[in-house]
Design a protein around this ligand. Structure first.
Ligand code: FPP
Length: 269
């Protein structure tokens, strides 16, 4: 929630100390959750959507700035049975329509990343209406990765860069590619405003990125749990936040404590 705006959910009391700025979540285990109970996989996704709502609300209350969910990978979209993909599309559409009031109440902005242009037209329409309707909300960004793949995002970015400079007077394509660096490539990503995730959470006992935010998660702290996504509660998130708070983030440098020792030579005996 933007401070002093008077919009959004009431902040948590007592507050969580320095929550990560950006949390990204790989929601895994919907199918296993359903199978364990003898339900169709679709029921698992339905319950997964409830976890997504619960965690979104909590993150907005503790002052997280960005929350990104891997809702559908390119691989999920192209390799799952039509019935499952169709159900996920319906769930997504219902979510986009049903959450508009909640986004308003929470002062939350909805965005997406991924090749959304390949989603069914009706889903694209609702996505755009919800995005547009929430764009002036100044609180947390809730971002859905939809038909998303990290490798594809990097390739798409390079292609966008090439396209935008192919007829340019300012040196053309060769110059544009030569000038491309770690900062400037971001403006060609699906959401140029997205910051790198500080914490990546993956549920259901898996410990891989599965093509999620490959560029952006380079220095993210990764936290995994055996808990299946539909069972994921606020308490699990709090556990992840406590673990995150204990991590020392070095970004390739040395531990600040080591630096002190290195810079203050100990007297020789
Ligand atoms: C992974 O579980 C999860 C997905 C492929 C889809 C995640 C989608 C949701 C939680 C639905 C809600 C999203 C919105 C925005 C409404 P899995 O099916 O791979 O589980 P398994 O590995 O146990 O089979």
């Amino acid at each position: 929630m933007a401070e002093g705006s008077g919009r959004g959910y009431p902040p948590l009391d007592p507050p969580i100390d320095s929550p990560p700025r950006h949390i990204a979540i790989i929601m895994d285990g919907n199918g296993r959750w359903a199978r364990k109970r003898g339900f169709l996989r679709l029921r698992g996704h339905e319950r997964g959507a409830e976890s997504l709502r619960r965690i979104t609300r909590y993150c907005a209350r503790i002052g997280v700035s960005e929350l990104t969910f891997y809702a559908l990978s390119t691989e999920n979209y192209t390799r799952r049975p039509d019935r499952e993909v169709g159900f996920l599309m319906k769930l997504l559409k219902d979510f986009l329509i049903g959450e508009r009031q909640e986004l308003e109440d929470g002062n939350i902005q909805l965005r997406s990343i991924g090749r959304t242009e390949d989603l069914p037209d009706d889903v694209q329409t609702e996505l755009e209406i919800t995005r547009k309707g929430s764009e002036d909300h100044t609180g947390m960004v809730l971002r859905l990765a939809l038909n998303y793949g990290g490798r594809r995002e990097i390739l798409d970015a390079i292609q966008k860069c090439a396209e935008s400079h192919s007829n340019s007077a300012s040196g053309g394509l060769d110059q544009a590619l030569a000038n491309l660096d770690e900062k400037s490539i971001r403006k060609y990503f699906y959401d140029p405003d997205m910051s790198d995730p500080d914490l990546v959470i993956r549920t259901a006992g898996e410990a891989r990125l599965s093509n999620f935010l490959l560029w952006q998660a380079s220095y993210a702290e990764i936290w995994t749990t055996q808990t299946l996504w539909p069972d994921f509660q606020v308490d699990h998130l709090v556990e992840a936040l406590k673990d995150y708070a204990r991590r020392v983030r070095k970004f390739g440098a040395i531990d600040p404590l080591d630096r002190e020792t290195e810079e203050t030579p100990t007297p020789t005996q």
